[in-house]
Design a binder for this molecule. Structure first.
Ligand code: SF4
Length: 376
């Protein structure tokens, strides 16, 4: 898989609008019509950057970018393409069923979008209603087929498990049906119930059926087994792809390659410096594209912090962390810095040591957060 070098850059663009708010969602998104002032500020922000390295991946996420009229999305791409974008750049747009039609799909294709990410979440209309999704299964299928007919052959489908009241059979059917589409990529995330969401409130009042840890892990094991059987490569804890269809943008983030975020709350990682744009819409609009005015929580990572990130982000990838790459990057052997942590979890069967690599075992993936916390 091609990995971008220091002369390459990933770009993330945040669109914080949705048709309505899902019951579990704590993302930075609003159920409001897109505001042209936001589009103007976003375009000004993109325009304000000069001398960017060649852009190798673009990811327009949200929110639901496709609630924007195609003409808005086109303006964003016009600004992005003022910068150098490599001829083979991976260009992804996130979308939700119910916001795609032939007009939008044709426009995205003409703009150079070559990857779509569709939020399906569940293969059951009652479940979709429970989640507060705006679409039915039938609408998803119509949108997926329209996207394929429009020439999109690199489509991710997002799925969720450990949903309140979800049975193992229901989850297995979701996986089998989604895989049977032959879609290029599937992301499968366990639901996390966040405070401040309607689901969080139901949980606080004891009204949200809980999925046990054991059932949650059994569902994850089903995802790995069923998707592998259907020809998907498990390449990251929650991500599965047909050969050659890994998400380049996200893989570069896990490999700590540089990326710049535009838009409300968007995160950037450039030359070992992490920061994010303000999440306050008024501040964002008032800044009118001034990146220095938008940046918050800027941290220049120390060498030790960079080493920790190298480990816990690298361990998200199924192929694991290369000791040789660690030595090349930091000038010290991985074993000298993290030998004790690696030995501890290898001894427990949660990490595997194979020649040059350290990676999570199947059991280690079940408790990935515990293992990764050892490298902080
Ligand atoms: S569509 Fe996505 S971003 Fe929008 S409310 Fe639902 S989960 Fe949140």
């Amino acid at each position: 898989m091609e990995i971008i070098g220091p002369d390459r850059l990933g770009v993330y663009v945040h669109i914080p609008y949705c048709a309505s708010k899902c019951q579990y969602c704590d993302f930075l998104s609003f159920a409001a019509p897109p505001d042209t002032r936001y589009l103007d500020a976003l375009c000004a922000e993109i325009r304000s950057c000069e001398g960017l390295p060649a852009i190798d991946t673009i990811y327009i996420g949200g929110g639901t970018p496709t609630v924007l009229p195609p003409s808005f999305i086109e303006k964003i791409f016009d600004e992005l393409f003022r910068h150098k974008v490599t001829a083979d750049a991976e260009i992804t747009v996130e979308s939700n069923p119910g916001t795609l039609d032939a007009h939008m799909l044709g426009a995205l294709k003409r703009m150079g979008v070559n990857r779509l990410s569709l939020g399906l979440q569940a293969w059951d209309n009652a479940r979709l209603r429970q989640l507060g999704r705006i679409h039915t299964l039938e609408i998803f299928l119509k949108n997926w087929e329209a996207a394929s007919a429009a020439g999109f052959d690199n489509i991710n489908v997002d799925l969720m498990f450990a949903l309140p009241g979800q049975s193992a059979e229901e989850w297995r059917e979701t996986l089998e049906r989604a895989a049977a589409l032959g879609t290029a990529h599937i992301s499968a995330y366990a639901l996390t119930v966040e405070e401040g969401t309607p689901f969080g409130e139901l949980k606080r009042r004891g009204m949200l059926p809980q999925v046990s840890d054991e059932d949650d892990r059994a569902m994850y094991a089903d995802a790995k087994r069923i998707l592998r059987d259907q020809g998907y490569e498990h390449y990251e804890i929650s991500n599965f792809a047909k050969p050659g269809r890994y998400s380049r943008h996200n893989t570069n983030c896990w490999n700590r390659k540089n990326y710049i975020g535009f838009g409300l709350g968007a995160h950037s990682f450039i030359d070992e410096r992490r920061y994010h744009n303000t999440a306050d819409m008024k501040k964002y609009l008032d800044a009118n594209g001034c990146r220095q005015c938008l940046a918050e929580d800027m941290v220049q990572l120390t060498e030790r912090e960079a080493m920790s990130e190298f480990m816990f982000l690298g361990l998200r990838l199924v192929r694991g962390v290369s000791a040789e790459n660690f030595k090349r990057r930091f000038g010290v052997p991985l074993a000298r810095v993290f030998g004790a942590a690696v030995d501890k979890y290898a001894g427990m069967g949660l990490l595997m040591l194979e020649e040059d690599t350290v990676r999570l075992s199947d059991r280690g993936m079940d408790v990935a957060n515990l293992v990764m916390s050892e490298f902080l």
